[in-house]
Design a protein around this ligand. Sequence first.
Ligand code: ZN
Length: 198
Amino acid sequence: MQDPVVQVGDPVLRQKAAPVAKADIGSKKIQAIIAKMKKVLAKEEFGVAIAAPQIGESLRIFVVAGRVFKEEGRPGRKNGLVESEETARGPFTGQDAPPDQVFINPELTRLSKAKKEMSEGCLSVRGKYGTVMRHEKATIKALDENGKAVSYNGTGLVGHIFQHECDHLDGILYIDKAVRLEADEEMLTAREKVRGKN
Ligand code: ZN
């Protein structure tokens, strides 16, 4: 069966994605792309975010799973790692699931000077995990799926995701930046599973 997520080696992952005209955000075409991204992301057990090039659309759009924001505000999370047992059981379901957040034409407006090593995986690079130096905090501004301007201070996992996803829109994969790269089995402890892939 064909992978629903475009895999490394496909040129679309290496293109600089095009911005979406604000007037087009409400169009059937763009709304269908966003709906497809959410659908593909929802099927990924450890998926935390997805960028449009990962479904073959070279556009500056990414979606972050709602549960990530929920986890971010949850007590017990430290150093960007989700510690609580409840979260470790898996994604939120039903009414407990906050909506996915859509970021269109995102721009990183501020990055903390402080960096740290983060472990990450990517839905477009199956079977691997790596260690990447990322800024500890990343502030983003973007348009949401209704064309409204939003900004968000990303700390921990959210800030990390913002950097990974913005890289996707510029044709950069984490494997280009990783200081270490390992096979999934070796690093996929329970804790890594919770961190998720994007
Ligand atoms: Zn990725």
